[in-house]
Design a protein. Structure first.
Length: 324
């Protein structure tokens, strides 16, 4: 018993020592990602604050007054804080669960990027093998469940501040984002009578919630080393490989008809591999409580899934534009 306690203490010291060696990288990436999300948040806030200008001219000239508007700057910072909070919560869900089971994992690595949302997300690296089914399930669930819970208030509150604006087509320079089943339900509750030719222009906080929901659905795909892959393997064992193969085909189909980005996802997952590392207690079933949580995660995936995150960018539409 004493030897086991000493081994546990040694493992804890080893984990802390490993974290201290690279923590400066995590902090640096975190700061850069905050900056990139603030810049994108300011861009989103300009569009939101000047919707009346956009309605008259979908491609207005950016002025210094727009950028210096205190309301725009404040909304940009709020967007960054809300989005980073959601992403950080997701990754800490994984990290803290790993720590609970004394599994060696890094702090979150954030990826700054000049994209539509300001980041390519975040990840942790699990350095120790996960050998038990309940550990695999808990680690897989902790991230997306936390991210979903944090996204909900942002989405609901942000929708209550959103606006109805005349629709702007992609040809006019507008970007139309897809909606999940959850967003459609909430939107119909808050905006009961949307006039024809109008769309809901998301408040930056709502957009941060939308991104959080999108990230949740991405991570819950039951393939490979994604969170959904961990959950699926813990629930179904070797049968999860068949589920992963089916979803790989679905990715290719969705890339043709809904959003070309699914083709990139399919290629990445294909090259990373669909096979999940084995665990030692393959034959041991999960507890009833964990199976119920598994069902809840399937429901969250259905509610969060967005087949076309950016409308009009399916492969068929892109090919038509090239021909024209």
């Amino acid at each position: 018993m004493e030897e086991k306690r000493e081994a546990t203490v040694y493992e804890e010291k080893s984990l802390l020592s490993s974290l201290k060696k690279t923590v400066w990288i995590n902090i640096l990436l975190f700061v850069f990602t905050i900056i990139s999300t603030i810049l994108v948040g300011i861009s989103l806030s300009i569009n939101f604050e000047y919707t009346d200008v956009l309605a008259k001219n979908p491609r207005p000239s950016l002025t210094l007054e727009m950028v210096k508007n205190p309301q725009v700057i404040a909304l940009g910072i709020i967007y960054a804080l809300v989005l980073m909070g959601i992403l950080l919560g997701h990754e800490l869900g994984h990290f803290l669960t790993c720590r609970y089971y004394s599994i060696n994992a890094t702090l979150p690595y954030f990826i700054p990027a000049p994209t539509l949302i300001g980041t390519l997300g975040a990840f942790i690296k699990i350095k120790s093998p996960i050998t038990r089914k309940h550990q695999l399930f808990d680690i897989g669930v902790a991230g997306p469940l936390t991210g979903f819970i944090l996204s909900m208030p942002a989405l609901i509150y942000g929708l209550s501040l959103s606006k109805l604006t005349p629709s702007i087509s992609p040809e006019e320079g507008g970007i139309a984002f897809g909606e999940s089943l959850l967003l459609r339900i909430l939107g119909n509750m808050i905006f009961k009578n949307v006039p024809p030719g109008h769309d809901v222009f998301l408040h930056p906080v709502a957009f941060a919630g939308w991104v959080g929901i999108l990230v949740t659905s991405f991570n819950l795909f039951p393939v490979g080393q994604l969170d959904g892959g961990h959950i699926s393997y813990a629930l179904l064992g070797l049968k999860s490989r068949k589920v992963a193969n089916i979803f790989l085909v679905i990715f290719f189909v969705m890339g043709i008809f809904f959003w070309a980005g699914w083709l990139i996802w399919a290629l990445i997952i294909f090259f990373l591999g669909l096979r999940h590392p084995p665990i030692v207690d393959e034959a041991t079933p999960l507890s009833a409580g964990r199976r119920i949580i598994g069902f809840v995660m399937v429901l969250i995936f259905i509610l969060s899934f967005i087949p076309d995150p950016i409308k009009g960018l399916d492969l068929l539409s892109l090919l038509r534009r090239i021909r024209l």
